[in-house]
Ligand binder design. Sequence first.
Ligand code: RAM
Length: 346
Amino acid sequence: MKRGTLRTGLRAASAVAALSLLLAAGCSSSTATSGTTAASKKANLAITFLPKNLGNAYFDTSDKGGKKAIDELGGTYAEVGPAAAAPDAQVQYINTLTQQGVGGIDVSANDKAAICSALQDAMTAGVKVVTYDSDTNPECRNLFINQATADGIAKVEVDMIAKQIGDSGEVAILSASANATNQNAWIDLMKADLASSHPNIKLVDVVYGNDDDQTSFDKTAGLLSAHPNLKGIISPTTVGIAAAARYLSTSSAKGKVALTGLGTPNQMRQYVKDGTVTAFALWNPADLGYLAAYATAALIKGEITGKTGDTFTAGTLGKFTVGANSTVLLGDPYQFTKDNIDQFNF
Ligand code: RAM
C-alpha cells in the first residue's frame, strides 16, 4: 500500500471529535482574511475549501482534514459551497473569494470547464488554485491533488462487483452529477475494464443521482424496475451508494442485487452489518483535504510552483512529489468489509 493511504484512519475518531469542537466554536465561518499587501512579506495563508456541495459527509471529512493542516500552518481556514452539485454553481463563490483576496482556493470541481475562467481570473489576481477530489482542465489550476489513480479506483470497483455477482450478469452504475470530472473518468475506465476482462458482465445503464440523497434513492428504485434481471449496482459516489443501500436494505432485492462502489465507513456501516453490502472502497478523505491544504500553502509560500518533480512536506503525511500534469497522488483505494469496518470512523 502506498504511503498516505488510510494511514490516519485509525486515529480519525479522536481527531474528528476534536475538530467538531473547533468547528462548533465557529471556526468554519466563511470569512476570509484580506490579501497581503505587496509590501508585506508574510504569506497569505487564508485558504478556502470549495467542495462540490455542502451537506455531503465525504466533504465534511475532507475539509476538516484541510482545516487541521491550516491550523498547523497558522493560516485561516474557511469553507463555502453551493447546496446542489450543479456545473456552474461554484463560479459565484470563486469570484467572491478572488475579490476577498484569499491566498488559496481548494476546489472539487462539479464541471471541468464551467468554473475554468473564474479560476483563471483568480490565478491572475494571485490566488493559488488547487483542485482536490475532482479536477478541472489542467490550465484552470496550479495543482490537482488526486485521491488515488483513476485506473486503481475503476479497477477496485469492477473487481468487487465481479466477485459479488460471480463475474456474470447485468449491472448498472448510479453516479453523481453527469459532468463530474472524477466520476466520469472512473466510469470510462470501468467500461473499458468490463469490456476487456469481464465478457459475461453487461453494463445496461448509467444513471445520475447528482450527489443528492433523494434523487439517488429514486434513481435506485428506477434501476430496479427498469432492469428486472439486474444483478448488481456500482455507485462511485458516497452519496449514491448510501442512498442505494438504504433503498435496497428494505426492498425485496436485498441480498439479490449486489451493491458496491465508493462509500464512507460511517454511512455504510449499518448496511454492511445487515448484509445489504459486502464490500466497498474509498480512501481517507481527511488525508486528502490535509494534503491539499499543505500543497496550497507550499504554493502560496513559493516553496513549489506545481511543476513535475517539485517536492514538499505535508505535515504528518510526510514528503510528496509533484507528478505529471501538476498532479499529486495521495495513495491507493482501500476496501472495507464487515471484518475491518469497525476500525474506521469517518
Ligand atoms: C462523493 C463525491 C466525491 C467523490 C466521492 C467518492 O462524495 O462525488 O467527489 O470523490 O463521492
